[in-house]
Design a protein around this ligand. Structure first.
Ligand code: PEP
Ligand code: MG
Length: 657
């Protein structure tokens, strides 16, 4: 027996992908290997058991191996555990059910998306992707499993085990086929890999076969074993290991369906022009649909940051999520209409409402067609001032849509999306690659990348947020980042590594004090020195701040002397100036950017920018409003950044000033 003790250096410990990679490595040896940590042990060849061990970075672990190649196995596995970047590949986003948040998360999730606050009303959900739609409803509700109660006689057990193995093989085969679909995104492929890993897990298989041999029929054995393992994951304290329970449920369901000879509804069967109605839609399911055939999407769960919302915006599909309807009402719907800008949903609308929606669709089409001409226009006011109309993006998947819409660069890249909906923090290399690809896609136009703006209303793997009564007034954005250099420095280093592209600008969120800017500059200097010492290239860049707290407005003159640009975040500035929560429909009438108090704050910031000779842009939702664009431009704003769908209209608006 070979035994070795190591301190685990794998970044964030043995969660999801590192665990499966560790298991793959262990399986390449013939010997038995056990890993012990925190007084418990597990086979190194079962990802499920390994993840349940909850091995964290800096934990001490003991590897024990017995067999012919034990020494090589222990040496290779110890090296893996001591390598911080081990398993640091693209991590799987939560699959199926976990790709979207529960309905209860809707309000919280919407905090990162500058969408209009919907007026109160029973038929409004979260406005997730602009545009009007109406069409026959395509109900996408995977049915409840009907598990037979029959017992398996001892003499039939082996035949039942064989039936289970065949269903397992068919399921993993169908996962692999789904992965081979052309055009599948990297994240979606990683989701499928994670599902295959779970399905083929030795502990899971052994548990099912044991249960069959004890008399359960195969679908019952799969369901029970899956539920037990999922339950163990749900009891874990790490939210991202908890989310792993969804993988197990998803796999369990697929194998049980194969055993029952049933098949889930598939979006591949959707007739063109339909409005999909669902509880939630996983990225994997949406990838099966022909996106251009989808008229609209209405989901009972999910929020503006859900995967489905991002995909809908990227493909210009109107969508409302978190729609307050009973499942039965949506299932029974024949025709569904929606307005993705207000969040309104109409089930089997009256003739007058249907006519109103159809008129809006026709108007939007005419407007879209008339705006095509503006795609290549670099708009100037009649007196010759050039205004940059840029895009607000949250992922690389949205680049093509933004370029097609005529974006003159990116005015706000919300890096939160790289950190959310995943099981571990993205590594520095992965971030550097993302920022570099973004910069290159829009060069020579500028790309403004905002550092992490996340708070206690949104869990992120690897950052412990304590409960806060007022998360909007709490430990978020630059406040959190400055206290977590282990999170912030890799992002700053990654941003610096993207600067050789020449068009990267770094934007700091939630600035309320000049000292915060100084502290970030000091960290940037530290990062630059490190990169120099490591021989990693970096170049020049501009540093700017969001103007979104009243403090930043009052201190705009002092802050302007420290930075290269301002970007007004009207979503937060409005809520903080008006003391009116941007997510609370009860105070929506106070939460208005056009309120004189908010306009005065913007005027003050613009004046300070002008006096200091720096440029000022607007990247909150109000940047796209035709009624406010003249006000911004008159006050010296030279850049407006918005969702790609609004770019053509904003360009036209500028040319009319
Ligand atoms: C804003 O506050 O206006 C803004 C653009 O940032 P976010 O909506 O991401 O808070
Ligand atoms: Mg903000």
């Amino acid at each position: 027996m070979i035994e070795r003790s190591v301190v685990v250096r794998v970044h964030e410990g043995l969660h999801a992908r590192p665990a499966t990679q560790f298991v793959k490595l262990a399986k390449s040896f013939t010997c038995e290997v056990e890993i012990r940590c925190n007084g418990r042990g597990a086979s190194a060849k079962s990802a499920v058991k390994l993840m349940l061990l909850g091995v964290k970075e800096n934990d001490e672990a003991v590897l024990r191996a017995e067999g012919e190649d034990a020494a090589e196995a222990v040496s290779a596995l110890a090296t893996f555990l001591q390598t911080p970047g081990a398993g640091d590949v693209e991590l799987a986003a939560p699959p199926a059910a976990s790709a979207t948040s529960a309905a209860g998360d809707v309000a919280a999730s919407a905090s990162l998306a500058p969408l209009p606050v919907p007026a109160p009303g029973p038929s409004r959900g979260v406005a997730a992707s602009e545009g009007t739609a109406i069409g026959p409803a395509f109900a996408f509700f995977p049915a409840a499993l009907r598990i037979p109660a029959d017992r398996v006689e001892p003499g039939d057990a082996e035949a039942e085990v064989a039936r289970y193995r065949a269903a397992l093989a068919a399921t993993t085969e169908s996962f692999r086929k789904a992965k081979a679909r052309p055009g599948l995104k990297r994240d979606d492929a990683a989701i499928i890999d994670a599902l295959v890993d779970v399905a083929e897990d030795a502990e899971f298989i052994a548990g099912v076969e044991r249960s069959i041999r004890e008399g359960s029929n195969a679908p019952a054995a799969v369901t029970r074993t899956g539920a037990e393992i999922a339950g163990s994951f749900e009891a874990m304290s790490d939210p991202y290991l908890r989310a792993r329970a969804e993988d197990i449920r998803s796999v369990t369901r697929s194998i049980a369906l194969a055993l029952l000879g049933e098949r889930d509804a598939s979006l591949a069967d959707m007739p063109p022009g339909s409005v999909i109605v669902a509880d939630e839609i996983a990225a994997l399911d949406l990838a099966k649909a022909t996106l251009k055939d989808i008229a609209g999407i209405v989901c009972r769960k999910g929020a503006a940051t859900s995967h489905v919302a991002i995909m809908a915006r990227a493909h210009g599909i109107p969508a409302v999520l978190g729609a307050p309807f009973a499942q039965e009402a949506l299932k029974a719907a024949r025709v569904v209409g929606l307005d993705g800008a207000s969040g309104e949903v109409l089930v089997d609308p009256m003739a007058a409402d249907e006519a109103r929606l159809r008129e809006a669709i026709a108007r939007e089409r005419t407007e879209r067609e008339s705006l095509i001409a503006y795609r290549t226009v670099e708009p100037r006011t009649r007196d010759g001032r050039r205004i940059e109309i840029a895009a607000n993006l949250g992922s690389l998947a949205e680049i093509d849509g933004a370029l097609e819409a005529g974006a003159m660069g990116v005015g706000l890249f919300r890096t939160e999306f790289l950190f959310m909906e995943r099981r571990a923090l993205p590594g520095e290399d992965e971030q550097a690659e993302t920022y570099r690809r973004l910069a290159e896609a829009f060069a020579p136009h500028p790309v403004v990348i905002r550092t992490l703006d996340i708070g206690g209303d949104k869990p992120v793997a690897g950052i412990d947020f304590e409960h806060e009564d007022n998360p909007f007034l709490g430990w978020r954005g630059v406040r959190m980042c400055l206290e977590r250099p282990d999170v912030f420095k890799p992002q700053l280093r990654a941003l610096l590594r993207a600067t050789p592209a020449g068009n990267v600008k770094i934007l700091l969120p939630m600035i309320a004090d000049v000292g915060e800017v100084d502290a970030v500059r000091a960290l940037l200097d530290e990062c630059r020195a490190e990169l120099d010492a490591e021989g990693l290239a970096h170049g020049a860049f501009e540093l700017g701040v969001m103007i979104e707290t009243p403090a930043a407005v009052f201190l705009a003159g002092a802050i302007a002397r420290e930075v290269d640009f301002f970007s007004v975040g009207t979503n937060d500035l409005t809520q903080y100036v008006m003391a009116a929560d941007r997510l609370n429909p009860r105070v929506a009438k106070l939460n208005r950017t056009e309120h004189p108090a908010v306009l005065e704050a913007i005027r003050m910031a613009a004046r300070a920018a002008r006096e200091a000779g720096i440029w000022i842009g607007v990247c909150g939702e109000a940047a796209a409003r035709p009624d406010l664009i003249p006000f911004f431009v008159e006050n010296g704003v030279t850049e407006l950044s918005m969702s790609p769908a609004s770019i053509g209209r904003a360009k036209k608006c500028v040319t009319e000033i």
